[in-house]
Design a protein around this ligand. Sequence first.
Ligand code: GLY
Length: 391
Amino acid sequence: MGNLFLLSSVYAQQNFKPKKAILKTIDDDYKNAANQYQLMMKELEPNRFPKTYYPQTDKFETSGSGWWCSGFYPGTLIYLYDQLKDPALLTEASRMMDVLAKEQYNKTTHDLGFMMYCSFGNALKTEPSDAYKQILINSAKSLASRFDPKVGCIKSWDSKPGDYLVIIDNMMNLELLFWATKATGDSSYYKIAVTHANTTMKNHFRPDYSSYHVVNYNAETGAVQQKRTAQGYADESAWARGQAWGLYGYTVMYRETHDEKYLDQAEHIAAFILNNPNLPADKIPYWDYNAPNIPDALRDASAAGVMASAFLELCRYSGSKNAEKYFHTAETIITNLSSAQYTAKAGTNGGFILMHSVGSLPGKSEVDVPLTYADYYFIEALNRYKNFEKK
Ligand code: GLY
């Protein structure tokens, strides 16, 4: 298994070369992003995290550290610091992580992977820190406290007694658990991640490998009692960001376990996305693949960013035909997100990099706006492209 894994990685490295023109675009993107985030820093009140910006009313919205997106702003700053080495970026990331640190003990959310691993996890890769390591271990403990072996999943959302709600997004929080096993030698985190991924593979996916957003398990028996949406168009629709979370999540599962069934799952999800007649030619998906007003439906730049980043990892593990498709799709997404269609003009957009994401259309919240996670996964995709030949 190990050898196969290495061989397939080598295939992508030998056969794809990042294009000079795209690398030049990426360098411009970094400079623009750093300037935008320098602007945003000035807008932030102490202890507040950026959330979104409403261009029509010039309203910059912020959150406290408990919001699921609080790790993306420091995470993006760290990614930009890694590229540009401007110390102001790291100073601002550290200032915000001091505010975020208390969430390590938060047992009321499954989003600790997003919140803590995208921030402290990246910080740790940039500079070793025993303090950050301990924060991440405590965060993994808090996340693991939400796992119930009867259900075989980490609980995503607290709800009424008897319900046990798990959302596809939760796949993104498992990377923190894999890290925790490597850091502590305690295999229980690894086992929880694997069990959660297996249960999700069994119950969240339809025969065409699109996924439901929410599965509601019976808290007593672990039986599935309902499959539905929360942020998608309909219970039976394919919410675009949910598909992207699944793609990214099962790619990470393969990286961390080398178990081929996760590679198969990621490739099936990729096929659902790439063969979908409603995926536009520019590969920036509508907010839901079944949105009723396609081609006039809103696009979701955040889903596109997550897809680009995931494809740039998945192409390392896949056989030739698919690997090429994934790599070129990521290039198309990067090119289009970098265009004036999605990248905001300098000095506008509340300092966010990208425009046109959708938080929750059914909830009428964060519709066609910038979002911290759109910026984060876009910059992550740029880094993965730029560093493609290094790994
Ligand atoms: N619930 C996380 C998301 O909106 O994708």
